[in-house]
Write a protein that binds this ligand. Sequence first.
Ligand code: ZN
Length: 306
Amino acid sequence: MNWITNYVRPRINSLFSRREVPENLWTKCPECGTMLFHRELADNLQVCTNCGHHLPITPRDRFAALFDNGIFKEVPVPEPITDPLQFRDQKKYPERLKAAQKSTGEKEAMLVAEGEMGRTPIVAAAQDFSFMAGSMGMYVGNAIVAAAERAVQLKRPLVLFSAAGGARMQEGILSLMQMPRTTVAVEMLKEAGLPYIVVLTHPTTGGVTASYAMLGDVQIAEPNALICFAGPRVIEQTIREKLPEGFQRAEYLLDHGMLDRVTKRGDLREELITILRMMMRQPPAVMGELPPPAPGVPAAAEPAKA
Ligand SMILES: [Zn+2]
């Protein structure tokens, strides 16, 4: 426990153990225990190939899979002031932010992008649970406002992927203020007559469920996602009763009328395209491969198939 072990060694390690060589090529499925090869898992959008359990996926990977040919443009988000309350628990808030930025490679807990999905122009926003539990602070509020403004400006629908432990306590009342702010942002879309689709992913809780995550025109969830305001443990301790099986999970909420759909990650893209095109009164998209060239037109040079 000295300067060398605490400071020098981690710094040296971090220099050499960068992303090029992932330390662990295998991920254990938390549901069925199967060892999954990381590339296979990435190809399957972080869904277990054995039991279908949905593991977390980063906003960037999600967008790459969602947008046509993985092409999207980031929508800029205005920076809020950092650490307005000079908050400190075991660590200072700016230190926590920096650690999260380093581990995720992202600026904050939400990524906003514009692009086309099945040739349908959209704006999308996705929350990153790995960034301080996806907590909603001023930046996330700004991101949702920026996403809604951009959607209105371009007359496009907004698709939002939520994942959050709730409001960011390090920003106190300022994080709670994001609930009315984001609600007003969603209202802007409704006034412009543009669809707002929410895809709830595991877990979406707290102030996020109490605002923008529950205001979609269509509410979709990924299988077995926990969606709640207060979590099951808190409720159980408060009412001192055993809660029913699957309580506050996506399928339970679907059965009880809180959701419209529960959709597997692999089917989401196609389903979103269908729903959005219907809502935007556009003809159905051409799915899958593009139509073959008309007869007589020489096809583009393609490598011969073996
Ligand atoms: Zn599994």
